[in-house]
Design a protein around this ligand. Structure first.
Ligand code: ATR
Length: 277
């Protein structure tokens, strides 16, 4: 018998998680399959009932359900509660526990790329859903100063209240400086746009984007003249690696997973090339 895992979100058709997890199951000879389930917001409660009814062993949760799913679970891990978002469910005989591995993905993306966060000044662009796990990770990494710039200032203020970072108005982004800059908005996703000018990027030594379509966003391509850059697939990879560990207790084949998702994004880039012009 095969165990079933999957991802729920909307949209979900372009998710790289099925490729990443299925390659790992296959390599390790684990009898399991991972699918993608399109779940609309109004069907989320029923979808959670379905996890129990069908005994789906584990799920990834993506946009727009990471926050709204929390109320339907039996238990939420302490860190996921602090972040305020769940991206992973583990099903233990019908008992559903929610975790957040996004923040681990962020931290691992830095350590694997040999970037030290401790005592650094970090500038984060964006205060949406994805930003919360980034802020949590950077705090956990021991940054000395964290500034969050967001178009809607109140959202940055909420992060300031919850995480003790410094909220900054969007129009001051042009004066930002520091050691590390992290792009968490959707600007640059499938479009040749950057939320910051090259001059701002010239003031940083490390730049990370969480957007990965295209792999080299305009933000990263401007930044790489001055900084070491980390693309968005690194965070995706390592949050998935941690999910795999939670579900199976087994160490996954990270290199194979990495190769599989980079190959798939290259294919996707070809498809969206026309849209990007
Ligand atoms: P996600 O879960 O991917 O973070 P989100 O919660 O909708 O998605 O957040 C999107 C982020 O991108 C927000 O920080 C948003 O800024 P607002 O809070 O002002 O909406 C930011 N964003 C999206 N489009 C933007 C744009 N054109 N310029 C600047 N910021 C933008």
């Amino acid at each position: 018998m095969y165990d079933v895992y999957g991802i729920i979100g909307n949209p979900v058709s372009h998710s790289l998680s099925p490729i990443m997890h299925n390659v790992a199951f296959k390599e390790l000879g684990i009898k399991a399959v991972y699918g993608a389930f399109l779940v609309k917001e109004e069907n989320l409660k029923k979808a959670v009932e379905g996890i129990r009814a069908l005994n789906i062993k584990g799920l990834s949760i993506t946009i727009p359900h990471k926050e709204s799913i929390m109320k339907f679970l039996d238990e939420i891990d302490r860190v996921a509660l602090e972040i305020g978002a769940v991206n992973t469910i583990v099903n233990e005989n019908g008992y559903l526990k929610g975790y957040n591995t996004d923040w681990i993905g962020v931290l691992k993306a830095f350590t694997k790329n040999e970037v030290e966060i401790k005592d650094k000044k970090v500038v984060i662009i964006g205060a949406g859903g994805a930003s919360k796990a980034v802020v949590y990770a950077i705090k956990a990494g021991g940054a000395k100063e964290i500034e969050v710039y967001n178009r809607t200032f109140e959202k940055a203020k909420t992060l300031e209240k919850n995480f003790g970072i410094m909220a900054k108005p969007w129009n001051e982004l042009k004066n930002a400086s520091g050691d590390i800059i992290i792009q968490t908005t959707s600007v640059g996703l499938k479009s040749w746009k950057s939320p910051v000018e090259e001059e701002v990027l010239s003031r940083f030594k490390i730049a990370m984007d969480i957007v990965y379509i295209p792999l080299k966003t305009k933000f990263l391509s401007l930044a790489e003249k001055y900084a070491k850059v980390i693309d968005g697939l690194q965070m995706l990879l390592y949050q998935g690696v941690e999910q795999f560990r939670l579900w199976t207790g087994i160490e996954p084949p990270v290199k194979l997973m990495e190769e599989a998702i980079y190959k798939e994004v290259k294919k996707m880039e070809k498809e969206i090339k026309k849209e990007m012009k």
